[in-house]
Ligand binder design. Structure first.
Ligand code: KG4
Ligand code: ZN
Length: 337
């Protein structure tokens, strides 16, 4: 049984967690910077790294305190090494290296996207694999074939915007606050998903890739008129805006579900694992669950707390690497890609 301290700082959340055995989450502390970035309508890298510096020590201390552990109880330290904003990643990596050196503990380098992929297993355990894993976040929209976590093969990815990026950009078109995903999710509950028939880009019959930029442009022109980028929102009623949000969300969810089913067909797998910030979307969870049930496939969604960026998933995948003996040296460097 290994107790891992996880540290995450790849984007705009400063996070630390203590996880035992890859599944028992003793603490999961996230200091969100959303309020700092909201007025800019997106993450400002310089502000993010400064906030990580200011928050990191307290977040790690709180994770240890809530978990009721001291440094003697920690077997290894896992940190997000890539991908992300380089200035942000460096703060977490420097903190983890310093603690690993000072406490004399092994260090584990974790890939942020693979940690999202792994996150449904925090609650689902080993039964999740083998699975088709979908990661939908602000930076990524990818499908993977995961055997036992020794073999992880990417089957498809977005060719332009990530699903979360599309949610955030459409929220901006509808003048909703950042981050837009949760706002659209909430507004869509009052809207009619069949009100507007937005395009579903499938990229051909065989493709497992995604494209959301055409959909975003379709929403823009629907709101403002063909070829126009502003001036239309004021003319819409609240109900019409809710209808647009619901119809847009339905188009995204439709594509995500259909491609996941396509991947199940292609591989013959029987499990689906859903993760990433957009996996918190209520319509996506419901529709994926429904589609899997119809197929006789088992559906494992990451718990809502492990959908957004967090360090529990970093510690959980870190524990897997620890068991494989995949520790790294203090030469470790952050990587944006
Ligand atoms: O995984 P995450 O926290 O950060 C990245 O690694 O990107 O994902 C953040 C993204 C944002 O684009 C946000 O708008 C989206 O996840 N998101 C949602 C919901 N909650 C967060 N999108 C749709 N519906 C939601 N309920
Ligand atoms: Zn993420």
């Amino acid at each position: 049984m290994a107790t891992i301290l996880g540290i995450e700082s790849s984007c705009d959340e400063t996070a630390a967690a203590v996880v035992v055995d890859g599944r028992d989450v003793r603490s999961n502390i996230v200091a969100s910077q959303v309020d700092l970035h909201r007025k800019y309508g997106g993450v400002v890298p310089e502000i993010a790294s400064r906030a990580h510096i200011e928050n990191m020590d307290a977040v790690v201390a709180e994770a240890m305190e809530v978990a009721k552990v001291s440094r003697c109880d920690i077997d290894a330290i896992a940190v997000t090494q890539n991908p992300g904003l380089i200035g942000s990643l460096l703060i977490g990596v420097t903190c983890a290296k310093t603690l690993a050196w000072y406490w004399n503990k092994p260090l584990l380098a974790v890939d942020h996207v693979l940690a999202h992929v792994y996150s449904p297993a925090i609650d689902g355990g080993p039964d999740v694999w083998p699975a088709i894993a979908m990661v939908v976040s602000g930076g990524h929209t990818s499908l993977y074939r995961v055997d036992d976590f020794e073999t992880v093969e990417r089957l498809g990815q977005t060719t332009d915007d990530a699903a979360g990026e599309a949610f955030d950009k459409v929220a901006t078109i509808l003048n909703l606050p950042y981050p837009g995903g949760p706002e659209i999710d909430r507004l869509a509950k009052r809207g009619d998903a069949k009100a507007v028939s937005f395009p579903r880009s499938m990229l051909g019959r065989e493709s497992l890739d995604f494209s959301f930029s055409g959909l975003k442009t379709a929403v823009l022109y629907h709101v403002n008129g063909p070829g126009k980028t502003s001036g239309g929102l004021e003319k819409l009623t609240e109900q019409q805006i809710a209808d647009i949000a619901a119809s847009f969300q339905e188009a995204v969810v439709d594509v995500l579900v259909r491609k996941t089913l396509r991947a199940l067909d292609r591989t013959g797998y029987a499990n689906v694992a859903l993760s990433g910030g957009v996996a918190a979307n209520s319509r996506l969870r419901a529709k994926m669950q429904e589609a899997c049930a119809e197929r006789g496939a088992s559906f494992f969604a990451a718990k809502i707390a492990y959908c957004q960026d967090n360090a529990a998933m970093i510690a959980a995948l870190g524990e897997h690497l620890f068991r494989q003996g995949q520790t790294v040296t203090l030469e470790l460097d952050a990587s944006a890609r």
